[in-house]
Design a protein around this ligand. Sequence first.
Ligand SMILES: O=C(O)CCC(=O)C(=O)O
Ligand SMILES: [Mn+2]
Length: 193
Amino acid sequence: MLTLQLPDADIVFYPSLLEGQESDRFFTELTRTIDWRQDWIAIYGRSMPQPRLTAWHGDPGISYTYSGITMHTSPWTPTILDLKAKAEAVSGVVFNSVLLNLYRDGNDSMGWHSDDEPELGQNPVIGSLSLGGTRRFMLRHRAEKGLKHQLELTFGSFLLMQGTMQHYWQHQIPKTKRPVPPRINLTFRAILN
Ligand SMILES: O=C(O)CCC(=O)C(=O)O
Ligand SMILES: [Mn+2]
């Protein structure tokens, strides 16, 4: 376990929550069993397809609104529940929903943002589990423009962000020209609605 020494950030990295073979098995199961979709989102007033595929699972009746779309939960699946149990065991947090992201190749990405939607509460807790190829996770401080950090999120790793972090920092997964295998990310969340 590695606690990142960044100001205004409560962020901990667990390099191997899963073993190699286990990660491969979970990756294959999720690519096959999840109903991946590509939503259209509003960015700066323009409508465009999200540059990745997503799915939203969790307890019944939970919804999540971001970038102009509202997602309603699909039921938990056995594979996701397995992963949720591992995320909860290591973090001591109870999650009630998860946003899954599938980055098909280096062209897929997620732009700069904070996970600060009102339904995540005052101090959001986000548990992010990685499968497939490595993702470069970039962080920048909202006020101190020179403050930056980046982390390679390798398969089987788990990243926990909590406290006031989402007030002070933004994160992104940039596009890359390097050839990268498909990558899956599960961001477990505790939604208050
Ligand atoms: O793929 C990642 O690690 C980033 C995912 C993310 O930031 C999100 O789902 O809010
Ligand atoms: Mn995020």
